[in-house]
Design a protein around this ligand. Structure first.
Ligand code: FES
Length: 163
């Protein structure tokens, strides 16, 4: 991915070019690109004088960071026991079919990432799907297209605004 060096430098300046600012700097980069591009991490490594391997170690430790490109929307399907027995795996398959990707992947247009999780702590309303921070309770295969349509329409209106 082509990164904007000025943008990364402005994030560095914003949080201060010091080792203690590593986490906020990584958060700033993650917010900008939806993941941590390696080129940006190299710049951070040089600026803060921290070995790249240590930065990657921090990035892999925190779930909030991703070293792979992620979609604008993250769809998380619960496959914990309660959701599993109520059809969680079929819901994952339906999302996979509609998005043309497998769980753990991101669509080519960078709109959606699909993930699974073992229990979201709200088993009574399962099967549960979370898109970004929005919870969808008692999910069914039939609701998958409706949910995707909602987020695709958001993309369409974003594009309209940018015209
Ligand atoms: S198993 Fe899905 S929320 Fe607990």
């Amino acid at each position: 991915m082509q990164i904007n060096i000025d943008k990364v430098n402005s994030i560095l300046e914003k949080y201060g070019v010091q080792k203690e600012a590593l986490i906020p700097i990584l958060q700033g980069i993650q917010a900008e690109y939806n993941y941590l591009p390696q080129e940006a991490l190299i710049l951070v490594s040089e600026a803060l004088n921290i070995p790249l391997i240590d930065i990657v170690g921090v990035a892999t430790f925190y779930k909030a960071f991703s070293l792979e490109p992620r979609g604008k929307h993250t769809i998380t399907v619960c496959l914990g026991t309660a959701c599993h027995v109520r059809g969680g795996p079929k819901i994952v398959e339906e999302f996979e079919r509609n998005l043309g990707i497998k769980a753990g992947e991101t669509t080519k247009d960078n709109e959606f990432s699909l993930e699974t999780v073992n229990c979201l702590g709200c088993c009574a309303i399962g099967p549960v799907v979370v898109v970004d921070r929005e919870y969808y309770a008692k999910m069914s295969i039939g609701k998958v297209k409706t949910i995707l349509k909602r987020y695709k329409e958001k993309k369409r209106s974003r594009n309209e605004e940018n015209k």
